[in-house]
Ligand binder design. Structure first.
Ligand code: APR
Ligand code: PHB
Length: 386
């Protein structure tokens, strides 16, 4: 595709970039997606898997929700587990009937890539040396490989480590960040579900999370040192740690199985403001990161591109720039709400290295308050379901 032109150039084929391209296509707007990795890689990278009601609705309405509806799992509650007992938070009952869907992010990616390619959409995989030029003009250019792409707008959907955000001059953006002194050790296990709904467990040895993927594959996490190495964790040590954090007087136990994937993820909160520079619009992880405790990352990316696609449609259909002008402010409202929620869940459930016994008791008091106060539980349910 030597020196071609499109309306919207999209950097990154994550959930943000692919869904944006799909939504624009439905409105008759042309886009090209430039992705540095291969199709196989993006379709197999293990990420989170909780979709809010609004995300499920948007994927369904836009015609890419069919497999998700068939293979995903609707959950109406979660458990908070502390002092060795599980307490159910009935999310749907507390949030006016909203629910969540457990469906892995890479499955969403597969569905979106297929939808784009079936519709003749352009995704260029394995691009190198991506560079943005002319963002303050009305015809920016993206240089990549030995080629370039001219466009009206650039969508920076290239994740936290992409090139879009760093292209914005430091004087034109403000970054807000917090790193957490722990990470999550995540595993995929061949086993039947040990629980009917997700378990968020508080323990003095650190947080643990029991999630699921399918009737035969389970997803488990436990808080770890972010600099630790998966090679320090033979399977037996992982099970020992999970049993220690999840056991309790109620006798509930995690079901063991063959571990076939291990990885450590960093935990950080990050926001850049504004999410626009000239004709460049940032969406998803390129603009913000949340720790995974609130399961918000993918949902925020989806919300950004919902707002951005509407703004672009109104530009092309009505010649109105209002939506584009408001994009950053509108998206950031939702972003900061999720930043707050994810920070809150993280702070309440994890063990911090400098925690005193006092802080440990305060965490337990807060968890107990959620379990016994409808008002407090509603706060969790509203935020969790989106
Ligand atoms: N050029 C082209 N593509 C790039 C570049 C680059 N310079 N840098 C990164 N990319 C690609 C990555 O390979 C990746 O496929 O951009 C894509 C970004 O995708 P994600 O990181 O998944 O980000 P996003 O689409 O915003 O989705 C956010 O991903 O990290 C999770 O928890 C997060 O669920 C959330 C979701
Ligand atoms: C997951 O299933 O991967 C998952 C679930 C809930 C979270 C984070 C990740 O909060």
């Amino acid at each position: 595709m030597k020196n071609s032109k499109t309306q919207v150039a999209i950097i990154g084929a994550g959930p943000a970039g692919l869904l944006l391209s799909h939504l624009l296509h439905l409105a008759g707007i042309d886009s090209v997606v430039l992705e540095s990795r291969s199709r196989e890689e993006i379709e197999s990278t293990i990420r989170a898997g909780v979709l809010e009601q609004g995300t499920v609705d948007l994927l369904t309405q836009s015609g890419v929700g069919e497999r998700m509806k068939r293979e995903g799992f609707v959950h109406h509650g979660i458990y908070l587990r502390f002092n060795g007992h599980s307490h159910r938070i009935p999310l749907s009952e507390l949030s006016g009937g909203r629910s969540i869907m457990v469906y892995a992010q890479h499955e969403v990616i597969k569905d979106l890539v297929k939808a784009r390619l079936d519709a003749g959409g352009k995704i260029v995989f394995g691009v190198r040396d991506v560079r943005l030029e002319g963002l303050d003009s009305d015809s920016p250019r993206i240089h990549f490989n030995q080629d370039f792409l001219s466009c009206d707008f650039v969508a920076g959907c290239d994740g936290f480590h992409g090139i879009s955000r760093p292209t914005i001059p430091a004087a034109s953006r403000t970054d807000f960040k917090r790193n957490y002194p722990f990470g999550w050790f995540g595993i995929l296990v061949e086993a039947p579900p040990a629980t009917d709904e997700l378990i968020y467990a508080h323990h003095e040895r650190g947080f643990a999370l029991v999630s699921t993927r399918s009737p035969t594959i389970q997803r488990l996490y436990f808080q770890c040192d972010p600099k630790d190495d998966v090679n320090n964790w033979p399977d037996s040590r992982i099970w020992e740690e999970l049993h220690a954090r999840l056991a309790g007087p109620d006798g509930w136990k995690i079901t063991e199985g063959r571990i076939f994937q291990k990885g450590i993820i960093a935990m950080r909160s990050f926001v850049t403001e504004p999410m626009r520079y000239g004709r460049l619009f940032l969406a998803g992880d390129a603009a913000h990161i949340v720790p995974p405790t609130g399961a918000k990352g993918l949902n925020l990316a989806v919300n950004d591109v919902r707002v951005l696609s509407q703004a672009l449609v109104s530009f092309y259909e009505k010649k109105s720039e209002d939506g584009l002008k408001d994009y950053s402010t509108t998206a950031l409202k939702r972003v900061w709400r999720a930043e707050y929620f994810s920070w809150w869940m993280t702070s309440m459930l994890h063990r911090f290295p400098d925690d005193s016994p006092f802080q440990h008791r305060i965490q337990l008091a807060e968890l107990d308050y959620i379990v016994h106060s409808r008002a407090k539980a509603v706060t969790l349910a509203e935020n969790y379901t989106g």
